[in-house]
Design a protein around this ligand. Structure first.
Ligand code: MN
Length: 301
């Protein structure tokens, strides 16, 4: 039972996380889902998940994936998750993983090895990602020693690599376009009752404080764009007057301005060549997509 450990850790009468259906076989060669969920719990981390044999193989990456081949990101192998978990975004009010889960990236992946199980046993899985933020060739490599759960997530050198801090540059949800604070706002009943019920002791109180701090930092470092026009041009005005866009501090020029700032910053962005331009375009596409889906979210609260 691949999901036994996953289910044992959770109380599904309390958590909105899916219990998950048991894995069903999938035709060989069918596209495999992958996602990265940004998880603000007792510690902020990124959960990197690859569909394999009907479940999501999962690694917790404390610093998040990096598209810089110079970085080796620690990835702790954790229990398999159900496939349905891959699109989950929401608030876990208490218990295991209490906090906020954001869908940070998703797409498909393909193994660059013939036998994924053998590669996992060997501790060297080469793969290609087709995500919104993460693309190209990557590797998961198990480290020696320890309890065998420590791996490294590595980006190979290719046209999707570059010295850009992708986590800081593209911090928002690809599902809702929002930050942790928006996800918290979308489930006010959960955290308000949580706060009322356990004043001072709730783990969510700290999470809310951290979510606000993170959102402030993101608004400064990676201000969000207003939605692009359907023809792909960036109209100067007027901005759409939705409740959500009024709340957002940044206009359309923000991301472009930021890219310019980066390119001229003294911290050596001359290193950033084509890969950065690609990343910028890609990220812009990502935020546009997120921004569009925000419209659907603008129902009255
Ligand atoms: Mn997690």
């Amino acid at each position: 039972m691949p999901l036994k450990e996953y289910r044992a850790k959770r109380d599904f009468s309390v958590s909105p996380e899916p219990a998950g259906a048991d894995p069903a076989p999938k035709p060989r060669g069918a596209p495999r889902f992958f996602c990265v969920q940004k998880h603000l719990a007792s510690h902020l981390h990124y959960d990197f998940r690859l569909e394999h044999d009907g479940v999501l193989l999962s690694w917790a990456v404390p610093k998040g994936p990096s598209i810089n081949p110079a970085d080796k990101r620690l990835a702790m192998h954790v229990e398999d998750h159900p496939l349905e978990y891959g699109t989950f975004e929401g608030v876990i009010p208490e218990g295991y993983g209490a906090g906020v889960v954001m869908l940070w990236d998703e797409g498909t992946w393909e193994p660059l090895v013939d036998d994924v199980d053998a590669a996992l046993r060997k501790g060297d899985l080469k793969l290609r990602l087709h995500g919104v933020k993460l693309r190209g060739s990557w590797a998961l490599v198990r480290t020696r020693g320890g309890d065998g759960r420590s791996w490294l997530l590595l980006k190979h050198r290719d046209e999707w690599a570059g010295p850009l801090d992708i986590a800081a540059f593209a911090p928002y949800s690809i599902k809702s376009g929002g930050d942790f604070t928006d996800i918290l706002e979308s489930a006010p009943d959960v955290w308000v009752s949580n706060r009322a019920g356990r004043a001072g002791t709730s783990p969510l109180l700290k999470v809310v404080e951290r979510a606000v701090a993170i959102a402030e930092e993101n608004a400064r470092v990676a201000p969000r764009e207003a939605p692009a026009e359907p023809d792909g041009t960036k109209a100067a005005a007027p901005r759409r007057k939705s409740a959500a866009s009024r709340k957002r501090p940044a206009g359309k020029a923000a991301t472009a301005g930021r890219a310019t700032t980066r390119t001229s910053s003294p911290s050596g962005v001359s290193r950033e060549g084509d890969a950065t331009a690609r990343s910028t375009r890609r990220t812009r596409a990502a935020s546009d997509r997120g921004a569009r889906s925000r419209g659907a979210r603008n129902r009255p609260r």
